[in-house]
Design a protein around this ligand. Structure first.
Ligand code: NDP
Length: 323
């Protein structure tokens, strides 16, 4: 018996149920007894039946999972190993982490770093992993970190991006639509908090050069404005689409200012880069910072947590206790 959430499509939309047994865990060469999962923006979309996320029917949602290997046909993994998975199609094209057991591909698993416990690993989850990939991308592009803007700052990716950038010595400008969280964003390491309306506006493709680099989880006009204000030679890491998928800009920031737009994809990420990112997360994130960002719910509470996330009522990250 595997207790967990199952999504099925019906005539009236998607049906989300917490079942005592979700049945066959599906294909994969490693079985994981899941201890913790999380609710990401994508998981919240899955609960609505979004066809871009819910790619199989029925689906166990949950793009993140942490747990112990209980069976393995992959020689890299043995019974009892403590592992985590972010993305790789979990909770989209095959069953994910919001159930007590998952069957996954050993090739995308990462050993949980010793200094990180299961709850912390799930709290960091895809959001923290994505933020880390974005910071590594800025570093790999030799971006100056003296004025880095982070958009969608109160969200999961944004919150971890602020903490990780501050740890890397950056001066961080946090852009948020929720002034009530400004104090917490400063505590995470933001030097300044601006209203997201300052970036979410129509503007010229080239504006005053303000930011040396950026981590953007909003997209749309916000990303276009960030590009227009990025300094000569700067890098913008594009992670998300919380504000829209379009990109109303021109080639000007790229050809006149040498700006680099670096795409971040946590789902299809090579394993060596996954391991590099998790080693750095373990090194750079203080437990206090993780606690400050993460709230916990039980498996029963996953559905309403997903609703809250889509309604903009969540600050930071939600970890789900699956035990
Ligand atoms: P959250 O919902 O936790 O955070 C998104 C934040 O964006 C919100 O907290 C809010 O921040 C801001 N926001 C929300 N709606 C709007 C809007 N209409 N206009 C402007 N800002 C808005 O999501 P995550 O942090 O988990 O994910 C952020 C984005 O990144 C999502 O689009 C997600 O799909 C994507 N993503 C991409 C990944 C990848 O591999 N590329 C991996 C993980 C996530 P505030 O209130 O502070 O303004």
């Amino acid at each position: 018996m595997t207790r967990g959430w199952q999504l099925t499509r019906g005539d009236d939309g998607v049906d989300a149920r917490l079942l005592d047994d979700v049945g066959d865990p599906g294909a994969g060469d490693v079985t994981v007894d899941v201890t913790w999962s999380g609710i990401n923006y994508k998981d919240a979309l899955a609960f609505t039946g979004n066809p871009g996320v819910m790619r199989i029917d029925p689906l166990v949602p949950g793009i993140d999972l942490v747990g112990r290997v209980s069976a393995s046909d992959d020689e890299r993994w043995s019974i009892g190993d403590r592992v985590l998975l972010n993305g790789d199609g979990a909770g989209e094209t095959h069953h994910g982490g919001l159930a007590e057991r998952a069957r996954v591909s050993g090739g995308a698993l990462v050993a949980v770093p010793d200094s990180v416990d299961d709850r912390q690993a799930a709290g960091i989850g895809t959001a923290g992993f994505t933020a880390m990939l974005a910071v590594l991308s800025l570093e790999d592009h030799h971006a100056e970190l003296d004025s880095v803007v982070v958009t969608g700052a109160s969200g999961g990716v944004g919150s971890f991006a602020i903490a990780l950038l501050a740890r890397a010595g950056a001066t961080v400008i946090a852009s948020s639509g929720r002034p009530e969280h400004a104090e917490q964003l400063r505590r995470l390491g933001a030097a300044e908090v601006i209203d997201r309306g300052e970036l979410d506006r129509e503007g010229r493709p080239l504006d005053t050069q303000t930011y040396s680099a950026a981590i953007d989880s909003v997209g749309g006009r916000t990303l276009a404005t960030v590009l227009s204000r990025t300094q000569q030679g700067g890098t913008v890491a594009a992670c998300g689409l919380a504000g829209g998928t379009e990109l109303p800009t021109t080639v000007m920031p790229f050809i006149l200012r040498g700006v680099t737009l670096a795409g971040i994809n946590s789902v299809h990420c090579p394993t060596p880069l996954r391991e590099r990112a998790w080693q750095r997360l373990a090194r750079d994130l203080d437990p206090d910072v993780i606690d400050d960002i993460v709230t916990e719910v039980t498996l029963d509470g996953a559905r309403s947590a997903a609703d809250d996330l889509l309604a903009g009522r969540v600050r930071g990250r939600i970890a789900v206790d699956v035990r």
